[in-house]
Design a binder for this molecule. Structure first.
Ligand code: ATP
Length: 365
């Protein structure tokens, strides 16, 4: 399997720039997620890595070898599409063995390899059935079988579970991850679903308007978002933003939200003027003694937790609290935040300001 590195990768379609100078490395054996909203350039990035689209500029290396201008067939990779393009008139065996037969592999060896792959995917009993009548899940497994049978250097998947219903999607996501762990194959996976990316990925690149805004392990991206966009795209409900006018930097560990003092992490990067305080819903505590106050406007029961919506002087805020904590809609309560979990953003570009807690993560961002 292979390490994949892209350097300053850029793609223009006429005057429109779909991917703007991306640089990152996917390590050998990683399950790597390209995540972002529709139109952000995920598919274009993947297609360039796969050799289905040529970059306008920049370089792509697979296993140390530069492949930027090579065609897909010369890159030894496998692409799994959302519309798993199987041959409907052929059997499962016919579909899976197709790539091996076209390589001219001897029949007995093909049979053996197809048998191994079917065993891994749990589809041995349907090998001789035509794919036309199979369920969505089985068709997905056959498509995967056809991709893995060649043992390529890397797998590229573009929203492979997009067409499946929610329950089945979750099941296939687990299967895919388990398959990946068994094969230890480098996998690049495109999704717009932040939950899928968090659940399945070893690393995530979060894209927005053609730019990789953050690159890292899921927990770092969740805990220490590099931008306001990442903070709101990841997490449900997303990170709360409270705007304030003030000054932060070395020696400042307090800001004033509408006149109320709130402790914040001491920023390494200084900034002043209009700034934003970011707080995850689970880091908001309902604490009657706290001076920053809000009115409870809604309470949503979710089993183990409850999402409480509050109107506060700095803006609407959502808190995730244990469902055992009773709340009364219409009442006013104090709100406290654990300073160690807060992120400060400047408002011009929406970049997170480095503090002692997030500096390590943002240095790699
Ligand atoms: P989606 O999930 O909707 O496919 P995406 O993040 O994968 O979104 P891309 O398919 O990479 O986005 O497209 C990025 C942008 O580039 C979009 O605005 C798209 O319209 C544009 N684009 C993609 N391919 C072409 C093309 N061949 N010609 C012109 N514009 C294109």
């Amino acid at each position: 399997m292979a390490q994949i590195r892209i350097e300053n990768l850029r793609k223009e379609f006429g005057a429109f720039t779909a991917v703007q100078n991306s640089t990152f490395t996917i390590e050998d054996g990683e399950f790597f997620m390209l995540l972002g909203p529709s139109g952000c350039g995920k598919t274009t990035t993947l297609r360039m890595m796969a050799g289905l689209e040529l970059p306008t500029s920049g370089r792509i290396y697979i296993d140390g070898e530069e492949v930027s201008q090579k065609r897909a067939s010369q890159r030894d990779i496998a692409f799994v599409f959302q519309m798993f393009a199987l041959y409907p008139h052929m059997t499962v065996r016919g579909n899976i063995s197709y790539p091996l037969k076209s390589q001219g592999m001897p029949k007995a060896r093909v049979r053996e390899k197809v048998g191994e792959v079917a065993e891994i995917l749990g589809i041995t009993d349907i090998l001789d059935r035509p794919v036309g009548g199979l369920s969505g899940g089985d068709r997905q497994r056959v498509a995967l079988g056809r991709a893995i049978v060649r043992q390529p250097k890397a797998f590229f998947m573009d929203e492979p579970l997009g067409a499946l219903d929610a329950e089945f999607r979750e099941h296939m996501a687990e299967e895919l991850r388990a398959l990946h762990d068994r094969m230890e194959a480098t996998t690049v996976y495109v999704t717009h679903d932040q939950l899928e990316a968090m659940q399945m990925g070893d690393k995530i690149a979060v894209m927005n308007h053609g730019v990789v805004e953050q690159f890292g392990v899921p927990q770092d991206i969740y805990d220490w978002p590099a931008t306001k966009f990442v903070a709101q795209f990841i997490g449900s409900p997303p990170m709360n933003f409270l705007e304030f006018d003030g000054m932060i930097g070395a020696g400042h560990d307090e800001v004033r939200l509408n006149g109320v003092a709130v402790k914040v992490p001491e920023a390494i990067d200084g900034a002043s003027g209009k700034l934003t305080l970011g707080v995850r819903p689970e880091h908001v505590k309902l604490d009657d003694a706290a001076p920053y106050r809000g009115r409870i406007v809604a309470s949503e029961y979710l089993g183990t937790t409850r999402i409480v919506t509050l109107d506060t002087p700095g803006g609407v805020l959502k808190a995730r609290i244990p469902s055992s904590e009773a709340v009364v809609v219409g009442q006013t309560t104090g709100l406290s935040f654990d300073a160690r979990t807060l992120t400060l953003f400047e408002n011009t570009h929406g970049h997170a300001l480095r503090s002692h807690a997030n500096a390590g993560v943002l240095a790699h961002g």
